[in-house]
Design a protein around this ligand. Structure first.
Ligand code: TRP
Length: 333
């Protein structure tokens, strides 16, 4: 049919480097779920990326399987989308090597994430940390992705992906689709509840700063009740009100209410009421996810079946690109 356009391909990935947090959910995974009808979605658990920082083997194994089940529980539909484990699909590491020979030392040196991470892990500035963006480029380019939803902190990595792809295409012809990165409009940037100048992170020194996807309601309530605010005691968005701004962003993301509506609803009420409302709304949002997660982890065979099938499809799709790349360069196939 004339107006039946082919669906565009969306690719994205998340690192299974600990539990999935409320920040991961509101910033990324919820959006993955909502794109499944409109696009052909391919999602990966980027486990190869996690070893740029040293991991403990038993914890790593657990994190990968827990993250897989958690993200599935958020509503990934295996009938519609492909959700696979990066390390199970060998084309990723292969294309990363090839692309590293088409990426300049200078351009990798300019990556702000590399500079930040090497400052943070000064005792382990390994080559993988440096070439991390090349593996990410390989992830994306293997699937000829049209669109790549990412957090603001990954924008530079999308830029370098496009540069590498254009350079390669410039030498060998049209091998790679040039992907567009985008920051989802409804993708809330969730900050720590204890230090709202920092992104919500599982590595927050203060356990109350980070809400995990699988936290039970009473824990969620406790964390929100302790959230840092300010001394003004007025629920509105404003400069110098990072704590309240963050709570408003979270509340708006889970209820769909505008900031104006929230300010109106809480006019003349204190922070105690507001924090309770935010906590309850978050707990309600996460409740069905936690319940689905508990069902899923009981059925290891089902989960394994899901990722094996997805791994196989990912290998099939990515091998087409990989073969083309090898042939163009001059390898004997
Ligand atoms: N680097 C991304 C992050 O830390 C995760 C990631 C790996 C990714 N490969 C990707 C994201 C490909 C988008 C596309 O958030």
């Amino acid at each position: 049919m004339e107006n039946e356009k082919k669906k565009e391909i969306v690719f994205s990935a998340i690192q299974p480097s600990g539990t999935i947090t409320l920040g991961n959910y509101l910033g990324a995974v919820r959006n993955w779920v909502s794109m499944q009808d409109e696009y052909n979605c391919i999602y990966a658990l980027a486990d190869l990326h996690t070893i740029t920082v040293r991991q403990e083997p038993a914890a790593m194994r657990k994190n990968i399987l827990d993250a897989y089940a958690s993200i599935m529980a958020c509503g990934i539909d295996v009938e519609k989308s492909i959700f696979f484990i990066q390390s199970h699909v060998h084309t990723h590491a292969e294309l990363a090597w090839v692309l590293s020979c088409y990426t300049q030392f200078g351009e990798l040196s300019r990556m702000t994430q590399f500079k930040d991470k090497s400052a943070k892990h000064a005792d382990n500035i390994n080559a993988g940390l440096f070439t991390y963006p090349v593996l990410m480029a390989a992830d994306i380019l293997l699937y000829q992705a049209d669109k790549v939803p990412v957090g603001a902190d990954q924008k530079q990595h999308i830029e370098i992906t496009r540069d590498i792809a254009e350079r390669f295409n410039g030498i060998y012809g049209n091998v790679f689709k040039i992907p567009d990165g985008f920051i989802p409009k409804n993708g809330a940037r969730v900050m720590s509840l204890q230090d709202p100048s920092k992104k919500m992170s599982k590595s927050d020194e203060n356990v109350n700063g980070c809400v995990h996807l699988l936290d039970p309601p009473e824990v969620i309530m406790k964390k929100f009740k302790r959230a840092i605010t300010d001394s003004e005691a007025s629920v509105h968005y404003g400069e110098g009100k990072d704590g309240v701004n963050n709570l408003m962003a979270i509340y708006s993301a889970v209820t769909g209410l505008s900031y104006e509506q929230i300010e109106h609803d809480f006019d003349g009420r204190g922070y105690g009421d507001f924090k309770t409302a935010v906590g309850e709304a978050v707990a309600e949002t996460l409740r069905p996810i936690r319940e689905r997660y508990e069902q899923l982890v009981k059925d290891k065979a089902y989960l394994e079946d899901c990722y094996r099938k997805a791994d196989e499809l990912a290998l099939k799709i990515s091998s087409r690109t990989m073969n083309k790349v090898m042939k163009k360069i001059g390898f004997v196939l």
